[in-house]
Design a protein around this ligand. Structure first.
Ligand SMILES: [Zn+2]
Length: 496
């Protein structure tokens, strides 16, 4: 059907279905009574069951006769997005609520997602497509059965069934209240009143027909109380004003009826009959009713949305600042060791990430080795800096050194020592072209051995004072291993 067949005024068939079920299904009446009792108890005693946000798996059954009616996935997705805004109060037009009613606007705490698993447990897109020869469906549930040219429901205790098809009789859609037969549970939407693109046509191209019908599916009544234009009908919600009949099109605030001045009807509510652009809010009382339904008739459907994952740092994040240009600040996936990559322009790390450690006191974000401010780190590029320090020639280390004691003071620490984790190999290379290279090389070894001794002594003192963490001790052990290796090299060179 072409878009010009879209109804000009909202017309919902839910009450027709409701009255038919009351006539034909004896269990429906008792189920409805039970539903209303639960809703009343929830509102009166403020009973809260589900907390947080409930996510409802949705299956969209597209039943089409023409290719046009076989709406695209993107049109379906646009409808899901509308639902997730409207039922979470994140729809931008909620801000258009008149100030007199703004305190009523509520987050329904319901989200929707296309099902990813079908009733048999297989992966699914959450969309079924069925070709039919039925020209248009009505409010008689024909679209909900394969036997009448439609497609059967998925289990209603696990899925919200949405049938999208051509509807006759000026119907935009209809829903089945909780408590009805599972085989027909769900909502039906005219394809040109579904989603925001594709065949969706003004004034019902903002996805609000589905918002309205799903409101019925979680037990919301029309806001005017379904009593024609009288003032005695009730929507069983206390924070919605009493209202005479339905409002259509785009009313102007205020619209007074049933002596409900000065603010008048809550015509911008999803459960009135305005155009899509004219409805943009649920009330707290309606949310209580919906949540009571999720705790009652629809207790088995949906799951609680997990809390968002928060990336936490061990330390006061207020002092850990990154530059705005995070595009170049990359972390590797292996968070166990939290490695940074080298490609940040101003924040540089040495390449050997295995030895890159952060101190516990991140307040000042200190690194052990600052390449920018520590000129001793770059001896290779400057032979003059790499030159071993002139020093008093120390004696050979005693045998005690090789045993790892730090008591032998026969090696004196003199002059600036090389960086602690560097090795004397640089000096060895340099020494090949340097007169007296051997002596200087050995002197460099001695100086570095002395430096290691000093560090090991500091570790020992800190350990005695109980100041070492487990990681500090691990570092000390690594340092000691380096120290032993260095002494071994020294002996090999001195003997060779
Ligand atoms: Zn309705």
């Amino acid at each position: 059907m072409a878009a010009n067949d879209t109804p000009r005024v909202r017309n919902c068939g839910t009450m027709l279905v409701h009255e038919r079920l009351l006539r034909t299904d004896p269990s429906y009446l008792s189920a409805r009574v039970a539903s209303e009792n639960r809703a009343w108890e929830a509102a009166t005693f403020r009973i809260a069951g589900r907390t947080g946000i409930t996510v409802i798996p949705v299956v969209v059954h597209v039943v089409y006769r023409t290719n046009t009616q076989n709406i695209a996935d993107t049109q379906i997705q646009s409808q899901i997005e509308v639902l997730n805004r409207d039922f979470r109060k994140t729809n931008p037009d909620a801000a258009s609520t008149p100030a007199a009613f703004s305190a009523l606007v509520a987050d329904a705490r319901i989200e929707f997602e296309l099902a990813t698993t079908d009733p048999q447990g297989n992966p699914t897109t959450g969309i079924t497509r069925t070709q039919t020869n039925v020209a248009s469906f009505g409010s008689d549930d024909g679209v909900k059965s394969a036997g009448s040219g439609g497609v059967d429901a998925w289990p209603a205790d696990r899925y919200l069934n949405i049938w999208v098809c051509e509807l006759g009789g000026g119907l935009l859609g209809y829903a089945q209240f909780p408590g009805g037969p599972a085989a027909t549970d769900g909502v039906v939407i005219l394809h040109s009143g579904f989603g925001t693109n594709g065949t969706a046509a003004a004034p019902f191209n903002l996805g609000r027909t589905a918002t309205h019908e799903i409101g019925h599916w979680v037990n919301l009544r029309h806001i005017w109380g379904d009593d024609g234009s009288g003032c005695s009908g009730d929507d069983f919600v206390t924070d919605t004003p009493n209202q005479a009949g339905s409002n259509t099109g785009m009313p102007s605030f205020p619209r007074v009826s049933c002596n409900n001045g000065p603010n008048g009807d809550l015509f911008m509510n999803y459960m009135d009959y305005t155009d899509d652009a004219g409805m943009f809010m649920f009330t707290h009382g309606q949310v209580t009713r919906m949540q009571a339904t999720l705790d009652g008739d629809r207790i088995s459907i949906g799951y609680q949305k997990p809390a968002p994952v928060t990336l936490k740092f061990r330390d006061d994040i207020n002092t850990l600042k990154f530059r705005d240009d995070v595009a170049t600040l990359k972390f590797r996936d292996d968070v166990v060791t939290l490695k940074f990559r080298d490609d940040n322009t101003t924040l540089k790390f040495i390449d050997d990430n295995n030895t890159l450690k952060f101190r516990d006191d991140i307040a000042t974000l200190k690194f052990r080795d600052d390449m920018v401010t520590n000129p001793r780190l770059d001896p290779i590029k400057d032979p003059q800096l790499d030159k071993p320090p002139i020093m008093d020639r120390a004696k050979m280390p005693s045998g005690d050194l090789a045993q790892g004691t730090t008591s032998d003071r026969s090696l004196q620490r003199v002059g600036p020592a090389p960086f602690i984790l560097s090795t004397p190999h640089h000096s060895t290379a340099w020494a090949r072209s340097y007169a007296g290279a051997y002596e200087d090389t050995m002197a460099a070894y001695e100086a570095q051995i002395a430096e290691y001794e000093q560090f090991l002594e500091q570790y020992s003192e800190a350990e005695a004072a109980g100041q070492l963490t487990a990681s500090d001790i691990a570092e000390a052990e690594q340092l000691y291993a380096e120290y032993v290796r260095l002494v071994d090299e020294y002996y090999q060179l001195s003997n060779g």
